[in-house]
Design a protein around this ligand. Structure first.
Ligand code: SAM
Length: 297
């Protein structure tokens, strides 16, 4: 195959833990390419050594992505065969790759995917959550406020069918993210934490968010790599999610009416009281109420 490898940019998936998870075609492409552009050359070298591949490597990571892309595009225009790999899984998925792909397409260069391991899809297929429709988010923002805002935006998105939402998360942030998920979607939210996929300590923690969080935080130390999945349906209980009218939870409008009759308040006063009880601003709650009413029209 090496002589036959056509010029172009090859996006090669590499293992996410278990070195056996690489395709025959991926190995052939890595062997035959003129160069391998790697997120981390030392990391990829371990894989290449394991398979006796001696193709030269070059670094291609988030800090040199633009400059390096320009150089690689020049080589590709001369007819080179360049393979791109990330440290694990598919390049371009929460990893460098997409800049080079766009530039290659713009330059009329063939872009060839060499499929293989991916953490998000591996976790999804074994999660037990809906697979017909899913939403891949990748990493949430690191800052607490931005993370909460992002989750609230996800909660607000209309859904016709049940779907899984997939996140990548670092072990030192997983407990905080689970706490945020619980705050936004409620303690009954169905969650799967997929840990150390394809590795010796592979593990799936499935259950309500509160339960999964307790099981993890009870450990001395939370180690390993995680994919976090949640199940959202049109009927998911989303008590903290702005604008979502759920069948099983009281709507804002119902809560306001209840407070009005219980405490003999007008709507404005009831809204103020509800905002205080829920730790939200009055204007935020008012906007939610308006959205809820608009949806019912
Ligand atoms: N490009 C990769 C892919 O296709 O899956 C993802 C790269 S992203 C920088 C790394 C994140 O993917 C990790 O922080 C973790 O959330 C997830 N991940 C990677 N390998 C994993 C594994 N073996 N088990 C669980 N999660 C993993």
């Amino acid at each position: 195959m090496s002589d036959a490898l056509a010029p172009g940019l090859y996006l090669v998936a590499t293992p996410i833990g278990n070195l056996g998870d690489i395709t025959l075609r991926a190995l052939e492409v890595l062997k035959a390419a003129d160069r391998i552009a790697c997120e981390d050359t030392r990391q990829t070298q371990k894989l290449l050594n394991h398979y006796g591949i001696t193709t030269p490597t070059i670094s291609y990571h988030e800090h040199n992505e633009r400059d390096r892309a320009a150089k690689l595009i020049e080589e590709l225009k001369q007819g080179s065969r360049i393979a791109v790999v990330s440290d694990a899984g598919m390049p371009g998925i929460s990893d460098p790759g997409s800049v080079l792909v766009r530039e290659a397409i713009a330059a009329g260069i063939s872009v060839i995917p060499i499929p293989g391991a991916n953490a998000a899809l591996s976790a999804l297929i074994a999660s037990g959550l809906p697979t017909d429709e899913f939403h891949f988010i990748g990493f949430l923002p690191e800052k607490a406020g931005a993370r909460r805002t992002r989750l609230e935006a996800i909660a607000e998105q209309p859904r016709d069918t049940a779907q899984a939402v997939i996140f990548y998360e670092a072990p030192h942030r997983i407990a905080d993210t689970l706490a945020d998920l619980e705050a936004v979607f409620g303690p009954a939210l169905r969650v799967v934490a997929a840990r150390e996929l394809t590795k010796l300590h592979e593990e799936f923690l499935r259950g309500a968010v509160a339960e999964v969080r307790t099981r993890l935080t009870e450990r001395d130390r939370i180690r390993g790599e995680f994919v976090l999945l949640i199940e959202l349906s049109p009927h998911t209980n989303n008590p903290g999610a702005p604008g979502l009218v759920s069948e099983t939870w009281e709507t804002i409008s119902d809560q306001v009416k209840r407070l009005q009759s219980e405490h003999n308040l007008d709507e404005k006063e009831a809204l103020k009281r509800l905002a205080r009880e829920q730790g939200k601003s009055k204007s935020e709650l008012y906007r939610e109420l308006q959205r809820e009413r608009a949806k019912r029209k």
